[in-house]
Design a protein around this ligand. Structure first.
Ligand SMILES: C[S@@+](CC[C@H](N)C(=O)[O-])C[C@H]1O[C@@H](n2cnc3c(N)ncnc32)[C@H](O)[C@@H]1O
Length: 270
């Protein structure tokens, strides 16, 4: 994964700008940050990438530790921090694997943000990752994570049913894993979650789940319409507001390409 994101480099900053759907995705993720992050919070942004959400955390008045497994992404985050002016809120840049945060003191953060799939990229090590996030959070602190979602990704990329052997699709759905074995055409490897699996993961590691949402719900696979609506600020704003409401509905939670979760760190037994 490190090599994949090293190579991906600069494109990672622009990933929300390539499609109008990306702007909706960014809005829903920001909405979750605005809802759960208090001004003045000390935040670990793990898997921060080049910093689109580090920038939001800066705007929310946080003190931030930026961490990533990729040196290239850390360097981009440092560069964009200077260019866009969010670098002053950053206490440090650390090369860390979400599965091993042992170099950070326990209970030292109010918030851990793990957006854009770090929990999906670690596959079967996700228990280690969830436990690591819980350890660095103070009791009452919050984990905000987004992971790849199985059914919503399938909906977004249903054309794969035409392009891949049916046995591959069956395997992807059965395991939730996208790998070179079941999809040799994709360089993107990750575990795609069901919402129930994500809830179980967090509950098993000392979190109570306060909110779940999809990203995106209403607007998936409607790019021409989104481009049209984007030209009309009042209608675009209305769409974003509808998305935020719809994505939180139980009937939609598994329907987005990503699943967002807010997990509150409960006090652990001594
Ligand atoms: C899709 S990007 C998301 C970047 C940013 N958080 C966002 O949502 O825009 C995923 C990031 O997770 C990082 N990553 C992948 N596996 C990781 C791991 N095991 N530990 C820490 N970071 C990881 C990648 O290097 C990459 O920067």
């Amino acid at each position: 994964m490190e090599a994949y994101f090293d190579e991906y480099g600069e494109s990672e900053w622009h990933r929300f700008d390539r499609f109008a759907l990306g702007a909706v995705h960014e809005h829903i993720h920001n909405h979750f940050l605005q809802r759960f992050v208090q001004p003045g919070s000390r935040v670990l942004d793990i898997g921060a990438g080049p910093g689109r959400f580090t920038q939001t955390l800066d705007r929310l008045g946080c003190r931030i530790v930026v961490a990533d497994i990729s040196e290239v992404q850390l360097e981009l985050n440092r560069r964009y921090g200077v260019e866009k002016g969010f670098g002053a809120s950053i206490e440090g840049y650390l090369k860390l694997d979400i599965c091993d945060l042992s170099s950070l003191p326990a209970a030292s953060f109010d918030v851990v943000v793990a957006y854009g799939g770090p929990l999906s990229y670690v596959f079967e090590r996700r228990d280690e990752a969830a436990a690591s996030c819980r350890r660095v959070l103070r009791p009452g602190g919050i984990l905000l994570a987004s992971v790849m979602s199985l059914w919503g990704t399938l909906h977004r990329h249903l054309a794969a049913l035409r392009d891949l052997p049916v046995s591959s699709m069956v395997d992807i759905v059965a395991t939730g894993d996208l790998t070179p074995d079941n999809d040799p055409t994709s360089r993107h490897k990750c575990h795609m979650f069901h919402s129930s699996e994500l809830v179980e993961l967090l509950r098993g590691h000392g979190f109570s789940v306060e909110a779940l949402a999809a990203s995106n719900a209403l607007s998936t696979n409607l790019e021409p319409l989104l481009l049209e609506l984007r030209q009309q600020p009042d209608r675009w704003q209305a769409l974003l507001e509808l998305e935020c409401k719809a994505t939180a509905q139980p009937g939609y939670v598994d329907g987005g390409t990503h699943l967002l979760v807010a997990g509150r760190a409960v006090a652990l037994a001594a």
